[in-house]
Each structure stands twice: as C-alpha cells, then as structure tokens.
Design a protein around this ligand. Structure first.
Ligand SMILES: *[C@@H]1O[C@H](CO)[C@@H](O)[C@H](O)[C@H]1NC(C)=O
Length: 481
C-alpha cells in the first residue's frame, strides 16, 4: 500500500524546512538549543510559541509504508523530513487532548499531551499555567506568576556557541575516533538493543524529527518498564532537553561528568545502569555535543545522527537565521536589529558562523589546530563505526524504516508520531517578499554559489561518503560501544 497520491503530493510540495527549524526552536517552549539554532523563542513566551508551531507530517506513516514495499519515495522522504515540524504541547496521541496536570502544583501542566503520564513531576521550569488543569482552582490564576519558565536559561549567541565548540573540541586532545568495531561494555548487550541511544544532533539537518521519535520511544518504554530517572533530581532538573538527557551546550559537560563518575549512583553507576537495563529501561541522549559520550557509559551505547546535503543545509540556515530573523531576531546582532535586517550575504554569513558552520566537528571533535581535513577523515571513519547509525534527510522515510526494523525500541514511534501529527497543518511562514527577493538573487549569483560549494567541499565529502556507505552501514550487526 503506497502513500495515497494526495499525501505524497503534499510531501513534495510542502514548505521547506524553515517551518521545521522554526518549530525546532519551539520544542517544549524553546528549551532545546543546539548551538547553531541560535534563537530565543523563549522571549516570546511559551503560550505564544506553542500556538505557532504546526506540523506537516501527516504522511509520515504512509511514507514509511510506501518504502517498505519498495516504491520510490526518496523525494518524498526528503521533502517530508524537511517539513517535519516539531510540535510541543499540541501533540496529542490517540485523540487525547488533556494535558498531564501537575499534582504538586495544581493549575499547571507538564509538557506533552498524551505522553509521559507516569513520568512523575517535572521541574518547575517546565510547568505552565494551564486552564485545563485549573478547573478546581478557579480564581487562583495568580499562581501563574509563581514560576519563571526560564530560570537560568538563556540561549547562547554566536560568539558563545563558537567559544564553546572550540573548547569542547579542544578538550578531546586529538580527533576523537569512535571504536570502529564497537567496544565491550561493563554491561553485556541484550537482544541487540543498546541501553543508551546517543543522538548527535547536527543542527538544521532534520534532527528534530528524530528527537520527536526518541521522545515517543522514551515514553513507550517508560510507561511500560518505568522511567530510568526522576526529572526533579540532579542533574536532570537542569536539563533543557527533558525528558531526554542533555548533550547540548547547556549540559553536555554535566551529563558527561555524571556518566564518568557514575554519579548520582542510582542513575549512572554500573549497578544503577545494570538494574535499569535489566528492567528494560533505556536512556536517550540528545544534543550537538554527544560525540564521545558513549566512552563514559558502562552500559551498551550507540551513536545516531541525521545528515543532510551540506549546501541545502547551509542555505536553510542562512535563510532562517539571517534573512528571516527567526524567533524574534534572537540571532541577530544589536547592529542588525537597529538596521532592521541581517545585511550579510551568504558568503559573509559563513564567515559569521565560523567554526559552527562545520558540523563535521560534531562527528569528529578534537582534531589538532582545528584541522578540518583531519576532521572530515575521522568523521567518515566514525560514521562507519559499527556502533553508529545515521539517517539521511533526503532519504528520511527509508531511514525511519531502517530504525524501526533494526531497533525494537522504536517499533511504534513512527506510527505514534504520525498519529499525533495527523491533523496538523503547515503554518510555516514564508520569507517576507524583500528577503525572498534577496535570497533569489543570491541563488542566481554564480560567485556566491561557487563560494558556498567551495567552503562546503570537505563537508560534501563526508556527506557523499555517508551516502555511498548508507546501505552497507545499516546492514552491519548492532554492536555497542
Ligand atoms: C554576486 O555576489 C557578489 C558577492 O556578494 C557581489 O560582489 C556581486 O556583485 C554579485 N554579482 C551580481 C551579478 O549580482
């Protein structure tokens, strides 16, 4: 049964990933930031952001089904991945629309509708005033002022992102190589299923959709086997990726430390992990800075990532962060805000992004002197490791099918995400006409296009390598590291 024509047409014609990326930032009220996505939806507040985010992935399930019978859905997959927008509280599964209300703080709801019924109380910074939870407490709306959603959280600016990336990379000492054949762990792997799924999120590549899958897998496993940690306990309570484990700039070091030291013991020690693994529990790590973390994990651990055509990815980033000034121009400098636009052309914006342009660093941090040739070589090698799996944005539907088939922990995630998004529509904003005109002119400018391609040559090599080895790499046995 192939995807109905109308659905496939929808996939092919829906808006580019600017909608997705915008929604990236709306994830649970914009709590998740991976660096390159630089903006602060936070400024606009949760209530507003949640209303903006819309979804276009009604055809996810259909798409995956079409792949399973061998139809050509590559184009569909690519388009839909690009439009796979993220929702937050608007996700409803199984038709449920009631939020999960906090017991401790009546009148407040937790993120996600229809998910995480039994995960327990969320940190206060995640709670929001919600009339649906407030029926019994009429007249007490002032409660809504109790909690400041952001607490200490602020999105890093470009300079801070680059400083972090440089220091993080340097901390490896030399280009980090994922063990090519995996590594024997203190805890034996069972049923070809790792305990820890470490998703290295390359920004602007369709990783948000994968995050949403992990969120559903995490919910399904948690509801069935119990959740592996309490959201209000340290270090989790500070995470900006809850209920997933944080490998973003905000907490990558804290997470790594916890695994390295095995602290707090009940969660991160070998014994703690063993008990949880034996119960069937899993951990899902998400962030731009998760590479290398499996080394510190005593339990079976695997890396995942999603890659996208480098030039396409860059153009999307440029459009979104520069031209569109997304999320209240949060990524714009003071100067651009005064000016009323981001004046950089795509060449200048590459320079502005600096090291953060090079997502290969996320796959292979640590090369001496920031050597990008070495980084690219090791990135290819890391992608080929037996304990790593990757999806390709342009073949997303196929990738989802591979994930579902290879990892029973994800068996139902695609279907559930499809259900949740079934009725959503795409409200992604288009660029305002002057910005679109600028963009179109740049696209016709040979000097600019040539410069972009040249600057992305090494990344292109990594992407091409990944494409070439994609099937072979998925066909290898599952080995943890
Ligand atoms: C192409 O872009 C370059 C760099 O921004 C600029 O100097 C040049 O004038 C542009 N060419 C055309 C034909 O617009």
């Amino acid at each position: 049964m192939a995807a109905p024509r109308s659905e496939r047409a929808r996939l092919l014609t829906s808006t580019g990933d600017d909608g997705k990326d915008r929604c990236d930032d709306l994830e649970r009220g914009a709590r998740v930031d991976d660096g390159a996505r630089t903006t602060a939806a936070r400024r606009t507040g949760w209530a507003k952001t949640s209303a903006v985010c819309a979804l276009v992935i009604g055809a996810v399930g259909a798409c995956a089904v079409a792949v399973s019978i061998g139809s050509t859905t590559e184009a569909d997959g690519g388009r839909f991945a690009q439009t796979a927008a993220l929702g937050e509280n608007r996700f409803a599964s199984g038709g449920r629309t009631r939020p999960v209300c906090s017991r401790e703080h009546p009148g407040y709801s937790a993120p996600y509708v229809g998910l995480y019924e039994n995960i327990g109380e969320w940190p206060e910074s995640y709670l929001r005033w919600d009339l649906k939870c407030a029926e019994k407490r009429k007249g007490e709306a002032e409660l809504g002022k109790l909690y400041v959603p952001t607490k200490n959280y602020r999105r890093p600016n470009q300079k801070e992102i680059n400083e972090f990336m440089r220091a993080w990379s340097a901390s490896f000492g030399r280009a980090y190589e994922v063990p090519p054949n995996g590594k024997k762990k203190g805890i034996e792997i069972k049923d070809s299923s790792p305990m820890v799924y470490d998703f290295v999120h390359v920004p602007k590549a369709g990783g948000t959709y994968f995050t949403e899958l992990m969120i559903r897998a995490n919910d399904a496993i948690g509801e069935k086997h119990g959740y592996p940690y309490k959201l209000r306990d340290a270090p989790f309570s500070n995470f900006v990726t809850l209920p997933l484990i944080d490998a973003t700039q905000q907490n990558a070091h804290a997470t790594l430390d916890a695994f390295k030291k095995g602290q707090p013991e009940q969660y991160f020690s070998k014994k703690g992990l063993q008990e949880k693994y034996d119960k069937g529990q899993r951990m899902f790590v998400k962030g731009q800075f998760g590479m290398g973390m499996c080394d510190a994990v005593e339990a079976p651990c695997m890396y995942f990532t999603v890659l996208r055509d480098p030039v396409e990815r860059y153009l999307s980033h440029y459009k979104y962060s520069c031209l569109a000034g997304a999320e209240g121009k949060a990524q714009w400098t003071e100067e651009w805000i005064k000016l009323g636009n981001c004046p950089l052309d795509p060449i200048e914006f590459m320079t502005h992004l600096g090291i953060n342009l090079d997502w290969t660093v996320e796959l292979a941090p640590g090369a001496k002197n920031g050597d990008l040739h070495r980084t690219a070589d090791v990135a290819k090698q890391n992608l080929d490791s037996k304990c790593m799996r990757y999806l390709i944005t342009e073949h997303y539907a196929d990738g989802l099918q591979k994930v579902t088939k290879s990892f029973p922990d994800f068996s139902d995630a695609v279907r559930r995400l499809h259900l949740a998004n079934g009725n959503a529509e795409n409200k992604a904003k288009k660029l305002p006409p002057p910005a679109q005109e600028r963009f179109d002119a740049y696209m016709k400018n040979a000097t600019i296009m040539k410069a972009i391609r040249e600057r992305h040559a090494l990344m292109q090599g990594v992407y091409d390598h990944a494409l070439k080895n994609y099937e072979a790499n998925w066909n290898r046995p599952i080995v943890p590291c």
